[in-house]
Design a protein around this ligand. Structure first.
Ligand code: TXA
Ligand code: MG
Length: 320
């Protein structure tokens, strides 16, 4: 493929229809969701799904989330549960992913779930994602649209910088409003939080009527995306900085002097929306270390700290 084959598309209905035809031809389309940009392929086309792994340089055991325009389309592929019904009613479309047993006979490629007997499913709310999914008319497998081990993209330009002509088309729908990946809950048995994200533990507990169990790191095999160094920039990351050291790129929160401030007014929603963009920007300065001030550990702060801790983890080359 040559670089001239990368199409940058707008978020109009006409361009979403073009993107849908790229998917139908087995191509890869990066598209905005309310969380981060996804790298989409026809979930029923083995070759197209394989191209996702190839273009991300992702270890092939890491399964993908499948995206649908509505609950009816999603539930046809899994064994649905009462908890799924309640959570879908409360949070779909939105930044929440369910892991459920895969229904026998689902035409979704086995490669999507990397050999597991479960499927991760999500109905995104972003209007451009919705228009694309409806125009395509089938399930779309999509991981975040970054090279494996790099920070997730929250703008079309991040996708172009990271993947370039490894993707056939990019739908530019502006900045992603949530800015953090979806929350993942395992629902095959008792609900378990597999990855913190855009929907908080408290919001889940309110709907479930009880606190949700949190998956321990020891079970990492069931959600390999939890690999410790999954979200690494090139720079080292120093957490909980209470003072700045010379030559560090300074990422702040609250009333501090810094290079970029996640939220001067200490708003965790605003901080989440800025997190990956600011990490991209500070990494691009070439600084060897990005230092980050403490982020409160409640609400969306739990997901922000999860991503920052991964970015700061010792590098494991296998996962990058
Ligand atoms: O917000 C999001 O979730 C974005 C947008 C594009 O939807 N997607 C995203 O995908 O973050 P990705 O591939 O970067 O992360 C998907 C996570 C991985 O940690 C993967 O291991 C987990 O979902 N996952 C997928 N299928 C699974 C399954 N069957 N069982 C357990 N974990 C699964
Ligand atoms: Mg990812």
């Amino acid at each position: 493929m040559t670089s001239s084959s990368l199409q940058i598309l707008s978020d109009t209905e006409q361009d979403c229809a073009k993107a849908a035809s790229v998917l139908r031809d087995g191509g890869l389309v990066a598209f905005p969701t309310e969380t981060v940009y996804g790298l989409g392929a026809d979930a029923c086309n083995d070759t197209a799904v394989a191209r996702i792994f190839e273009s991300k340089g992702r270890p092939s055991f890491n399964p993908l989330i499948v995206h649908f325009p509505d609950v009816e389309a999603a539930r046809a592929h899994v064994d649905w549960t009462d908890a799924a019904e309640d959570l879908a009613h409360a949070f779909w479309p939105g930044p929440l992913t369910f892991v459920l047993p895969r229904r026998a006979g689902s035409p979704i490629s086995r490669l999507v779930s990397a050999g597991l007997n479960t499927l991760a499913i999500r109905v995104p709310a972003h209007p451009t994602a919705q228009t694309l999914l409806r125009a395509f008319g089938g399930p779309v497998a999509a991981p975040s649209a970054n090279r494996s081990g790099q920070i997730s993209p929250t703008k079309a330009a991040h996708v172009v910088d990271g993947l370039g002509d490894r993707v056939d088309a990019v739908l530019d729908g502006g900045a992603c409003p949530v800015g953090l990946e979806s929350t993942i809950v395992g629902l095959s048995d008792h609900p378990v939080l597999l990855r913190p994200g855009g929907v908080t533990e408290d919001q889940l507990a309110e709907v479930l009527g009880h606190h949700i169990a949190i998956r321990k790191n020891a079970d990492a095999i069931s959600s390999p995306g939890q690999l410790a160094s999954h979200y690494a920039p090139d720079a080292r990351v120093r957490l909980n900085a209470t003072e700045w050291l010379p030559n560090e790129a300074r990422l702040g929160f609250g009333d501090v002097e810094c290079d970029l401030n996640l939220s001067e007014k200490e708003d965790l929603v605003e901080a989440a929306a800025h997190l990956f963009d600011y990490m991209h920007q500070l990494d691009a300065t070439g600084a060897t270390t990005i230092a980050v001030t403490p982020i409160p550990h409640h609400g969306l702060g739990i997901a922000i700290n999860d991503r920052l801790t991964r970015a700061a983890a010792p590098r494991d080359d296998y996962s990058r």
